[in-house]
Ligand binder design. Structure first.
Ligand SMILES: [Mg+2]
Length: 87
């Protein structure tokens, strides 16, 4: 049996494969069922990993979003793909 870390990586690759050749990461039309399936796989492995590490998913996401907001202030980062140290 694969380790959950390997499985997470493989499922993320399956999700990305849905968008391969679409020339965009936002084209979802006609792919909703496959996206739902693969996204659910990724989320399940993330939840499993968090559970095994004793982490609260809501808490770690909120902490990360707060940190991102500090690193990427809206007035500097809106419509920009620059890394925080380039803003
Ligand atoms: Mg899958």
């Amino acid at each position: 049996m694969k380790k959950s870390e390997d499985a997470l990586s493989l499922e993320a690759a399956e999700l990305l494969e849905v968008f391969q050749w679409s020339c965009s990461d936002t084209v979802c039309e006609g792919k909703q069922d496959k996206i739902k399936e693969e996204l659910a796989d990724v989320l399940c492995y993330c939840i499993l990993m968090a559970d095994r590490c004793g982490l609260d998913m809501d808490e770690i996401v909120q902490v990360k979003m707060k940190r991102n907001g500090e690193k990427y202030p809206v007035e500097k980062a809106r419509d920009s793909a620059k890394k925080y140290d380039e803003l």
